[in-house]
Design a protein around this ligand. Structure first.
Ligand SMILES: Cc1ncc(COP(=O)(O)O)c(C=O)c1O
Length: 304
């Protein structure tokens, strides 16, 4: 058995075979939840998405996620056809139909819709957006800290495909992840165009050095909601935190490294490019931040 771990690994849950999936206002069993082969998302990766997590009956940081989705849709000039309340109603209908109360993850996907012909021009997508919500029972479960490898794929400049956009097409990140796997790691650590350490293919990246928490400037990476919450929590709890440029030298020599994302909250990193980071296990600062984040979620987003 290959020792494969991913940041989006969850406990097996047999209930996921029977989930209902939201497709353009209908709630359909998995096997019937299909879209056209002419869909802009399938054909061209033309769409945006958002990932949310349900804890104790509440979607964590719901307003921030909905705002980011609407901002992304506006950026790609996609009319959602619903207001934020309508999107939240669809999310809640899907949750209710699946009887989910906690430990669920939702992926909201909006594409430019079904095209009239199989070509790129957005004018061929006239039928309005396709809106899908996949909601799964989900408890993150990692057998060990993540191993990362740096890869040749960079986080690009904002005038090409802005890396802040949660675009359907993730090809750059997928190629980065494939390269990391081929190098014997789990996922990719990606550098920015100047060679500074930026982010991973699917999560934001932090290091801990001498009691201080460092992350990239925020340029070239996803404006992660978990990233922002971690920075806020550090500031509120007297933990020095810096958004700055730093290199692989700083990174290999860090005491701890961890990833952030809605799915896994804070994920420890054990190894980067074959160098063990700190003890190679969950470090005390990562654990402290994880506890603070858990308390923030439990308080429904209000700092305690
Ligand atoms: C490339 C990338 N980085 C980071 C994140 C984490 O963002 P968030 O904390 O908002 O889930 C995501 C998730 O959408 C992502 O796709």
């Amino acid at each position: 058995m290959p020792d494969t771990v991913t940041t989006h690994q969850a406990e097996d849950d047999a209930r996921n075979a029977a989930i209902l999936i939201y497709v353009n206002g209908k709630l359909l069993p998995r096997a019937e939840a299909t879209i056209s082969v002419y869909d802009s998302g399938f054909m061209l990766g033309d769409g945006v998405w958002e990932g949310l997590r349900l804890y104790n009956g509440r979607w964590a940081f719901l307003d921030e996620h909905i705002a980011r989705l609407f901002e992304a849709a506006k950026a790609i000039d996609l009319k959602i056809g619903l207001d934020p309340a309508g999107v939240i109603a669809a999310l809640e209908d899907t949750r209710a139909a699946n009887g989910m109360q906690t430990d669920a993850h939702a992926r909201l996907m909006l594409t430019r819709g079904v095209k009239t012909r199989p070509f790129q021009h957005p004018g061929l997508s006239r039928s309005g957006p396709t809106f899908v919500i996949i909601m799964e029972h989900s408890r993150p479960s990692l057998p060990r800290p993540i191993r990362l490898a740096t890869v040749p794929h960079l986080r690009g400049l904002p005038m090409t495909q802005d890396p802040k956009l949660n675009s359907h097409s993730k090809l750059n990140c997928i190629l980065a992840c494939i390269a990391a796997e081929k190098a014997g790691a789990d996922e990719a650590l990606m550098l920015d165009v100047h060679g500074f350490v930026n982010t991973t293919n699917a999560c934001n990246f932090f290091i801990v050095r001498k009691g201080a928490v460092w992350t990239s400037t925020g340029d070239y990476c996803m404006n992660g909601i978990t990233r922002a919450k971690v920075i806020e929590l550090c500031r509120a709890n007297g933990i020095p935190v810096y958004e700055r440029n730093f290199s692989l030298v700083d990174t290999y020599g860090a005491d701890e490294a961890f990833l952030t994302g809605t799915f896994g909250a804070q994920t420890p990193v054990g190894e980067i490019d074959g160098r063990v980071i700190g003890t190679g296990r969950l470090g005390p600062m990562t654990e402290r931040i994880r506890d603070l984040y858990g308390a923030l979620i439990a308080s429904d987003g209000r700092p305690t």
